[in-house]
Design a protein around this ligand. Structure first.
Ligand SMILES: C[S@@+](CC[C@H](N)C(=O)[O-])C[C@H]1O[C@@H](n2cnc3c(N)ncnc32)[C@H](O)[C@@H]1O
Length: 266
């Protein structure tokens, strides 16, 4: 496997290797990281007569949770591997009125403009747990007036003073300074939509074991699949040195950040 895998190939490799989108490390995560707040916000918008679309449904954890609560649930993802797993899980759970589609909503895959794989005014609610943001630009076409968009976005963890002490191939990407709330507001404005509500989450994520720190850092270099990072055993001495110098009583705190937002279609 080379470091030049594209995003779809990386997701297909995760589907084949892990069976889903799971983080392969162990850490101590502070409470209230935004993931359950997202599910609760979505559930407050569900009702039995709605058609719901999920952008970037992955291996389908939210399909199983949300689909039984609505009339029709459609999930799409650009990874065939993830869609296959999501279909199997939905079938095993005996879910009816669920469609899972392999589709890429990006501008690049759709002649220069993002496109959601649904007809005009056919959806009441679009939900997305850490899925793509490009769907926002096509949402006004697909969502009926009065409908909602709800998304949870990963936000980059901050740059740490000790980043420069990490092996070069495990250092943070420049994208760590990315302003996710500003990015979402910009996309909503382009779609002629306004933010209804936005919440930022920023909780501790402590590492006490250098091997788990390696798993985290390697994952962040192309989800650990591009194999750009050096092997664990050669990185371990410098990661142990960083932990010995910078970890507090609870471990080394990398922070876990999320942004949760919703918008209404006029
Ligand atoms: C962080 S994963 C989250 C998956 C799932 N929502 C979950 O919570 O487990 C992001 C998902 O979005 C999908 N994705 C990213 N960009 C996409 C695009 N342009 N079109 C369709 N799916 C996309 C990826 O394949 C991946 O499954």
């Amino acid at each position: 496997m080379s470091g030049a895998l594209n995003a779809i190939q990386r997701m297909d490799a995760l589907a084949a290797g892990q069976g889903g989108f799971f983080y392969p490390w162990t850490s101590n995560l502070g409470a209230g990281d935004g993931e359950e707040a997202y599910a609760e916000l979505v559930e407050r918008h569900l009702s039995p007569n709605l058609t719901v679309l999920e952008a970037g449904c992955g291996h389908g954890p939210d399909v199983l949770r949300f689909a039984p609560q609505v009339a029709r649930y459609v999930g799409y993802d650009f990874s065939e591997g993830f869609v296959r797993i999501a279909r199997e899980r939905a079938d095993q759970a005996g879910l009816k009125d669920v469609e899972l589609i392999c589709s890429n909503s990006s501008a690049g895959a759709n002649g220069g403009r993002p496109r959601i794989p649904m007809g005009d005014a056919s959806v009441d609610l679009i939900v997305s747990r850490r899925g793509p943001t490009n769907f926002i630009l096509d949402a006004p076409r697909v969502v009926r007036p009065g409908g909602w968009l709800i998304q949870l976005n990963p936000a980059p963890s901050p740059r740490h003073a000790w980043d420069d002490e990490l092996p070069e191939d495990l250092r943070s990407e420049p994208a760590r300074d990315f302003d996710i709330a500003g990015h979402i507001s910009g996309l909503l404005a382009q779609a002629d939509l306004a933010l209804h509500s936005g919440w930022s989450f920023d909780v501790p994520e402590h590492f006490t074991d250098a091997r788990q720190l390696y798993a985290y850092l390697a994952w962040n270099q192309f989800h650990g699949l591009g194999l750009r990072a050096q092997p664990l055993e050669s990185a371990l001495p410098s990661l142990q040195a960083v932990m010995a110098k910078h970890a507090g009583p609870e471990g080394l705190d990398l922070r876990r950040r999320r942004y949760l937002w919703c918008a209404r279609i006029a």
